[in-house]
Design a protein around this ligand. Sequence first.
Ligand code: NAD
Ligand code: MG
Length: 376
Amino acid sequence: MRGVAVLGSTGSIGVSALGVLRRQRDRFRVVALTAGSNAALLARQVDEFAPAFVGLVNGPAGELAGARAGASGLGCLTEAATRPDVDIVLNAVVGFAGLDATLAALRAGKRVALANKESLVVGGPLVLEAARVGGGELIPVDSEHSAVLQCLTDRRSPPARLVLTASGGPFREWEPERIARATVAEALRHPTWRMGNKISVDSATIANKALEVIEAHFLFGLRYDQVEVVVHPQSIVHALVEFEDRSVLAQLGYPSMDLPILYALTYPDRVPDTGVPRLDPVAVGQLTFEPLRTDVFRAFGCGVEAGRVGGTAPAVFNAANETAVAAFLAGHVPFGRIADTVERVCAAHQPGPVTSVEAVRAADAWARARAMESLA
Ligand code: NAD
Ligand code: MG
């Protein structure tokens, strides 16, 4: 029995993860749950899973019935992530807020099942160093990166090139003028995946795919010219991996996060799970691929360029994006301002090295302030 902490248990990934863990009770024990502010859902989860620890970032956790220990404030994430009874930390927090827990868990030698791609994007060198020093293990939950990992089980054959697939988002075929004026409801209407609001907007701007290129660079130790993106509207093929002999392997599945979550928990083993839908190729019918319209979805190129520049540039890209997406979701700015803001803030940044969490935090704060000015 391995102990699991689910950080962000009330979100889209968190709820899916608890669905997987409910079916895998003979292998895993839920020992810690944390949420941002949804106390009502967290309370129901605590009733069902009776974790030893519960954390509520915004609100008092002590009142939640069933838990033996509770904490509130941001510190509850690292507290949950470093408990001795925790073997696996599923980090399903959204945004920069997930960084400290990723670092703390890896330093404490835990397996981190990483949905929170932002922590790797903003602090890549620190995250890899934390894993090295603490003996922790970083396993992706993101479906494309899980697909790559599943194609890489033969350790003797390193990948030569990755092709990450992108659904293209809700605006794949829209004219640029219409995209610039898109509403919140339109941006959240993702064609194939049901996800939290922030990543849904990132999938509409295609900033999400830039975050994923950076994520792949750090996870698999590849150069940026070895990581490509192709639009695949059916979201059935999650990634393609090319080897030195130009053989290409792919991983397929319906757009559901259950398998990537399960695989991050059981890797390198596979276990049966009747909850994962079985692929019917005839029902799927066509699989199509097309280039990404990089001239239309400018946040993508801006993010990949930040990755190439390295140092604090990805943290600045991420912070500008988080700030602009929040302003869009709040109804303060039109959709088109997200890419404008990210480009403006990245252009104004003087990148420095990522030598410490403080350096990342300073870059993040600078970019948020700069983005707010630009959005005002
Ligand atoms: P979500 O918004 O649905 O859930 C986020 C969770 O984090 C919630 O439990 C929330 O309470 C908690 N949270 C939010 N802000 C917090 C803060 N400041 N401190 C602590 N906790 C906080 O998001 P999601 O769609 O589940 O995505 C979570 C992460 O997984 C993101 O990094 C996203 O990019 C990644 N991801 C999601 C999917 C998906 O299908 N939803 C797929 C791939 C990757
Ligand atoms: Mg993904």
